[in-house]
Design a protein around this ligand. Sequence first.
Ligand code: NAD
Ligand code: MG
Length: 401
Amino acid sequence: MTGTVDRRLVLLGATGSIGAQALDVLTRYPQLARLHGLAVGGSRPELVAAQVLAHRPEHLVVSDPERAEAVEAAVHAACRDAAQAPPRLETGQDAVIALAGALGEGDVVLNAITGSVGLLPTLAALASGARLALANKESLVVGGHLVTDAAAPGQILPVDSEHTAIAQALAGVRHEHIEHLVVTASGGPFRGRSREQLAAVTPEQALAHPTWSMGRVITTNSATLVNKALEVIEACFQFDLPEERVEVVVHPQSIVHSMVTLVDGSTIAQASPPDMRHAIGWALAHPEKLPGLAAALDFRTAQSWTFEPVDEETFDAIALARAAHREGGGAMAVYNAVNEEAVDAFFTGDLDFLGITGLIRAVLEHPGRPRAERAGGVEALLAVEAWARSAAQALLTAPER
Ligand code: NAD
Ligand code: MG
């Protein structure tokens, strides 16, 4: 890429796994964009200060007002020592949404927030006309058509290794030539275990992912296969296909990041060593390529790649998500919201591992579950979400548990 850097970047979730790797990419390829603003939750003040010093954003938002003071103190101290002007600091969720919508055409917003709290920033970024590099899969899963209707063709570039792979495999492929997508799954740390063996697994065991180093929620979701379930739905919306045309296959080496099978029987795969900087750099630079972005596969050493079916009976997360997606009407918002509550409860010891998808199933089967009509917009969806969270909490604290 050449030319002056007049393209701006807003990075939401800067201190997370994806956010920090995105700043690595930006350090190595400064021609990609100028950092306009950062949004963080606020749990890592020293890291925010280091990021501000290195990248000099004009704006900094801390979503959690209770953490803003500590972040401000760290950032101001660092900027004073470096004789650098501090960024303008704002706090609260509305400020995150405003920052997400602050840019425009030709600019890029990377949404790397965890959870459905990323939905409103996603909608704000889409409305602004900026490119949306989307790691926050929850906003697409929960928002569904609300998000795809708000997006111009090509405006969303997925930052999720599977979807980034599919987007690359689909380059030059017409939509009617797609037979189905094949999303690969590492299988997580508990691949091959029975339900009996899963009953007693601990949060520490769930956090030991075999191939990827990621945030706590997505790592737990990888162990339950909820992450793969969310990714099936993400693929449906990102590539406009029904769920029955999105297959999942276990590929423990995490080298083939996903595939597309065409109507003529050909399958196109994207392969590279597991490194999220590939997906991040792809989405930021597209349609350019960043030379040397990540290591390539080395076929001078012997290797074998294996593929096997998913054990859907042991891991029921995918079947539950498929059913919720077929139903529509906010059922996926319920699925995701209950999962977020369940993951928290798993870490506090209030729910065992199998209880995570058990709770999702129980709330989805709740006779009083409300539906969100498409015409109701984002408010209807958020109301369904709020209902799901309180239904999940009610079940978690019910005396018979
Ligand atoms: P993480 O937990 O490591 O980081 C989340 C970031 O969001 C942190 O900087 C946190 O401070 C910030 N944050 C939290 N609440 C916020 C809010 N309300 N407003 C602004 N910032 C807020 O998570 P992660 O692993 O980097 O994942 C981020 C997203 O990317 C998730 O949706 C995840 O599913 C997706 N993703 C991650 C990976 C990966 O390798 N980590 C791969 C594919 C997709
Ligand atoms: Mg993924």
